[in-house]
Design a protein around this ligand. Structure first.
Ligand code: AMP
Length: 114
C-alpha cells in the first residue's frame, strides 16, 4: 500500500524514532507547529480514529502510555500539551493513516487544532 506512515513504520522510509515497539512508533513531525511536535503512529494501517474497534483497546491504551512517556521525556508534562487526531477533510487530515499529534513546549492558544 502506498502509505507514507506505513513506509516509515516498516523502515522503508528511514526516520529517527523517538519511540518504537511492536505496536507503535513515534517520530518528530516534519513541519512542526509547536516547539515539541511528535507523531505517535500505530504500525497497523487504520485510516483514522473512525476505524478503531473494540479490539483495538490495547493499541489505544499503548498510544496514550507512549504519549505520556514522551511528554515526560520532552519536559512538557508540567507546562502542558495537547493531543490531537484528525479525521477527514474538515479537520485537515492530510495523511490517511491514524496518528496522534503531541504538541507542546509553548503556548498553544485557545484553538483545539494542530
Ligand atoms: P494530519 O494533517 O493530521 O493528517 O497530520 C499529518 C502530519 O504528518 C502533518 O503534520 C505533516 O507535517 C506530517 N508529516 C507528513 N509527512 C511526514 C514525514 N515524512 N515525516 C514526518 N512527518 C510528516
Amino acid at each position: 500500500m502506498d502509505c507514507i506512515f506505513c513506509k516509515i513504520a516498516n523502515g522503508t522510509i528511514p526516520v529517527d524514532f523517538l519511540y518504537s515497539d511492536e505496536l507503535v512508533v513515534a517520530f518528530n513531525d516534519i513541519a512542526p507547529k509547536a516547539k515539541t511536535h511528535i507523531l505517535i503512529v500505530p504500525r497497523v494501517h487504520l485510516s483514522s480514529a473512525s476505524e478503531l474497534k473494540k479490539e483495538d483497546s490495547e493499541l489505544l491504551s499503548r498510544i496514550f502510555q507512549v504519549t505520556n512517556e514522551l511528554a515526560e521525556k520532552m519536559g512538557i508534562n508540567e507546562s502542558g500539551y495537547r493531543i490531537i487526531t484528525n479525521h477527514g477533510k474538515d479537520a485537515g487530515q492530510s495523511v490517511d493513516h491514524l496518528h496522534f499529534h503531541l504538541v507542546g513546549g509553548n503556548d498553544l492558544g485557545d484553538i483545539v487544532g494542530k
